[in-house]
Design a protein around this ligand. Structure first.
Ligand code: COA
Length: 627
């Protein structure tokens, strides 16, 4: 999605993502990381030429002509462009990844909107078939055991290296997602990581009825607790948190980051509160045992769960049953709704979902019969002293959150008619096919193309995170304009569709090789700020504002599990679209804001389904000659 960050290597002194103490680093991990190439700085003329091309479908001819003049100026020998480019190249020589710290700061840590809806993605898992507390706790216990099993692979460095296009990927994000937490700051947040060091974390946080508990998940001999043991511990937690009239302290984490930073400092003035907050921050992850949400019909069930994962449903429901700064929070509700929400700064979706795939598989394993267990101590309840000032902060946070909850319009759907097998059978990239369907849907709704963001992985490079695939292209516009043009021959439409998908795939290849334009342009802009030169006109231009206003913010997050990731739009009048293409169906989650009269998630979902079907029909009605 739009925001992502780049974690600093654990091997060098990190500044923004801070391991709390510098423990021994996994040797195999370090040697793998060191073998990865550094992120290149693309050639300046190449980026600017591609920038102008990317503007063509989304700005007016007059705006484009003006931008061309600015580009010419920027590129003058000895001019500002050359100077900034040299600065970037110098930076690239000095840093492990020239972009990583900048990106982490600008995309996340200095981003002041609440993490809820605006930054943290959720994942909707298939509904589990339990209907009561026993089932809920047993599933939660199994899930915790599965997560600890994954943690063992990270700790022992047995996690297989991932590949994209035959190239090994940076695995750093996996080392950042456990035992970590974002901490609010007055102007900039930070992320702490307690995974390594002399005393790595051995507990998780469990939250039920807005009450937080510290649950140690390792025995004294260092082995992880078994499902049965965890289950009994969860039962104890449940039985001591039956009251539902507690202050939803976790709701503080949903607030605007500046307000939360102030409230945080106020909260931790009290010693007990500070200890409780530290325990949550240090924990390996959080398990949220949610109360059942209002029942809804089957056709909107997924959308309701997506909302529950993104924001918890509001202060009356489960939003206080979270600590949204925690990197990883699994959610298991009594009614079988399950999933997670994660704080985006340390990682992109794919590592999170890869972990989830492992955990879901683990929960399906039959349980082993075990010998009688030694009794375990009662999990520690994390206490909070609520002063009138803290109470007031909670009330304000509740109000703001409830407005956000009302404003989020989300539609999670399953497109049943076909999955990635169909475009593959047509020798078309499934991702490109879906992106072109999104272009067609948007064009049919608004009669124009818009700046479109698709995340592309930069993990082929050390500490790489993402760049942008600009899905609205000259070729996509030609295709969507032709599609409903009765004056065009079917064969021509097919050719335009194929060309548009090929162009998209070519952009994808360019992006994952580190040759896309967005991060380079961001780097040049930040270099100008760092060098204290006046902001080049290129970045003050209307075209630049249009190009950065992503009405469509999209991402493919593929998973083996039949789940879908979801996230909010990145502009007030935009859509957030995430999808998981399975072989024979596609899971989509589409979000918008109710406060924008022009957008509507269900309507976009409808147009998207129609676009996918129309594109299939077009290809099937006009088969390629076998020759
Ligand atoms: N004909 C037949 N098959 C094709 C094809 C063609 N022309 N083009 C691609 N395929 C196949 C691929 O081989 C692949 O096969 P597989 O299912 O056996 O693996 C499959 O179709 C999918 O390929 P494609 O749809 O082109 O997408 P991709 O898997 O290469 O993914 C991106 C594209 C952009 C999503 C990926 O490169 C990426 O960057 N992912 C990271 C996203 C991310 O970080 N998101 C962050 C969210 S927080």
């Amino acid at each position: 999605m739009f925001f992502a960050s780049v974690a600093r290597s654990m091997a060098r002194a990190p500044r923004l993502l801070q391991p709390v103490s510098s423990g021994r680093l996994p040797g195999r991990y370090v040697s793998h990381q060191e073998g990865l190439p550094p992120l290149p700085v693309p050639p300046l003329p190449q980026t600017l030429e591609r920038y102008v091309l990317a503007l063509q479908p989304i700005v007016s001819p007059e705006e484009l002509a003006h931008t061309r003049d600015l580009v010419r100026d920027f590129l003058k020998p000895g001019g500002v462009g050359e100077r900034l480019q040299k600065g970037l190249e110098r930076r690239a020589r000095k840093h492990e990844n020239w972009l990583s710290d900048w990106w982490l700061k600008t995309a996340y840590l200095e981003y002041r909107l609440p993490v809820v809806v605006h930054s943290s993605p959720g994942v909707v898992l298939p509904k589990q078939d339990f209907q009561d507390r026993q089932g809920q706790l047993r599933f939660a216990a199994k899930l915790i055991e599965g997560a600890l099993d994954f943690k063992t692979m990270i700790d022992n460095e047995t996690l297989p290296v991932e590949y994209l296009g035959g190239k090994p990927l940076c695995m750093n994000q996996y080392y950042q997602i456990l035992s970590s937490c974002r901490i609010p700051g007055p102007k900039r947040d930070s992320v702490v990581n307690y995974a390594r060091g002399k005393k790595p974390s051995t507990h998780i946080t469990v939250v039920h009825n807005f009450q937080f508990f510290e649950l140690d998940v390792y025995s004294s001999d260092g082995s992880p607790l078994t499902t049965d043991q965890i289950f009994l511990q969860l039962e104890k937690i449940w039985n001591t948190s039956l009251q539902t009239n507690k202050e939803p302290i976790g709701i503080l984490t949903t607030n605007h980051r500046n307000s939360w930073a102030k409230a945080y400092n106020n909260l931790i003035k009290d010693k007990t509160n500070k200890e409780s907050v530290r325990s949550i921050e240090k924990s390996i992850f959080t398990i949220c045992l949610d109360a059942p949400m209002p029942r809804v019909s089957d056709d909107i069930y997924r959308s309701r769960v997506a909302a529950q994962m993104l924001h918890g449903g509001g202060s009356r429901w489960n939003s206080g049953n979270r600590w949204f700064d925690k990197t990883l929070q699994f959610i298991v509700a009594e009614d079988g709704s399950c999933g997670l929400v994660y704080e985006h700064a340390p990682s992109e979706g794919p590592p999170i979902v890869a972990m989830l795939d492992h955990i879901v598989e683990y929960t399906k394993k039959p349980e082993m019969v075990r010998s009688p267990m030694v009794p375990l101590p009662m999990p520690k309840k994390l206490r909070f002293n609520i002063t009138p000032e803290i109470k007031n902060d909670i009330e304000k946070a509740k109000q703001n959150l409830n407005i956000m909850v009302q404003d989020l319009d989300i539609s999670a759907i399953v497109f049943h008619q076909f999955g990635k097998n169909f475009p593959k059978s047509q020798k078309i990239s499934p991702d490109a096919f879906i992106q072109m369907a999104l272009q067609l849907a948007y064009y049919r709704m608004y009669n124009e193309a818009c700046a479109t963001y698709e995340s592309a992985s930069l993990r082929m490079f050390r500490l790489g995170r993402t760049d942008t695939i600009r899905s609205a292209s000259v070729d996509s516009l030609k295709f969507v304009q032709a599609m409903d043009d009765s004056g065009k021959q079917e064969q021509e439409k097919v050719e335009l569709l194929r060309r548009a998908t090929q162009a998209h795939r070519a952009y994808t290849d360019m992006a994952i090789r580190g040759d896309a334009i967005d991060r380079h342009l961001l780097g040049l802009k930040l270099q100008a700020i760092e060098d204290l030169v006046s902001m080049p006109e290129l970045f003050m231009d209307t075209s630049f504002a249009v190009a950065m206003h992503f009405n469509l913010s999209t991402s493919q997050v593929p998973a083996k599990t039949d789940c879908v990731m979801c996230f909010g739009p990145v502009v007030p009048d935009g859509y957030g679209v995430c999808y998981n293409p399975m072989d024979d169906h596609i899971n989509f989650a589409i979000s918008a804001f109710n406060s924008c009269a022009e957008t509507n998630a269900a309507r976009m979902a409808h147009y998207l389904e129609k676009a996918l079907l129309d594109m299939r029909l077009l290809l099937q009605s006009n088969p390629r000659s076998k020759l």
